[in-house]
Ligand binder design. Structure first.
Ligand code: SF4
Length: 251
């Protein structure tokens, strides 16, 4: 942090000051009603400056279409607010609204069947699809400095490294209008975002244990199955897994 203001902590707020249940002409709640860690109280200048970016020509239209798409994912009937479409349709409809023609699919080899199905679905809606698997380039993990013991299948196996930089650069080269991520690993997705010049969206993140639904562990974190997530006496072990710490010594 480079100033004396507290870290923003929207996660501990109910959001009723920035997202009030109000009509368009109703007075808004005063910002002072928000918690002292509210960014609207502490970072006014950044909020004001950030908002100006929406008025850049290409950004404004992109943001406008994204918000229209958001609204079209709901409907209100006599029973109240309901959701309408799954994320696959949301991505298809958003890409269509933006006038995109060529989409890039950056996928994990573990989800190659899903990638094929997805490409066919997008093509059936009229898009051109470029797809690139994470193992493209087949560079051995040793080229990153990994030792045999740090590979999945051990020293004797030829394991191609995940290659998100080349995935991104190939999609850049093919001038895709939108890159869609499917199941890239943590960290590999980070590099992809860093190197991809096209706008990016994520269709699905990888969760090897929970059917690519990482929030399942969160929803079960109050149960014995995953309450280890909330233990305060564990820290990341540098060689993998957890190490127990004496939290009284840290205080
Ligand atoms: S912006 Fe302020 S009011 Fe909105 S959720 Fe964050 S802390 Fe709460």
């Amino acid at each position: 942090m480079n100033d004396k203001n507290p870290l923003s902590q929207c996660a501990y707020c109910d959001g009723s000051t920035c997202y009030p249940d109000a009509g368009i002409n109703d007075p808004l709640p005063p910002i002072e009603k928000a918690p002292s860690t509210c960014p609207m109280q502490n970072y006014e200048e950044i909020i004001r400056e950030g908002a100006t970016h929406y008025y850049k020509h290409n950004i404004k239209e992109f943001a406008r279409q994204a918000s229209i798409q958001e609204a079209q994912c709901y409907e209100i009937d006599e029973e109240g607010l309901k959701t309408r479409i799954p994320r696959i349709e949301e991505v298809i409809q958003f890409a269509g609204k933006c006038g995109y023609q060529t989409l890039g699919l950056a996928f994990c080899i573990g989800l190659r069947r899903e990638a094929r199905k997805l490409s066919k679905i997008f093509e059936s809606k009229g898009f051109n699809m470029a797809s690139v698997c994470c193992k493209v380039g087949r560079s051995p993990k040793e080229s990153l400095g990994l030792t045999g013991g740090e590979k999945i299948r051990g020293p004797e196996a030829m394991e191609s490294m995940c290659n998100p930089i080349v995935q991104a650069r190939l999609l850049n080269h093919q001038n895709v209008d939108l890159a869609i991520l499917l199941g890239l690993c943590v960290g590999h997705d980070t590099l992809f975002f860093k190197y991809c010049n096209a706008p990016c969206t994520v269709l699905a993140v990888k969760d090897r244990v929970l059917g690519h639904n990482p929030l399942a562990a969160l929803y079960l974190s109050d149960t014995p199955y995953y309450n280890r997530l909330k233990r305060t006496d564990q820290r990341v072990h540098p060689e993998g897994g957890w190490k127990k710490v004496d939290i009284t010594a840290e205080e």
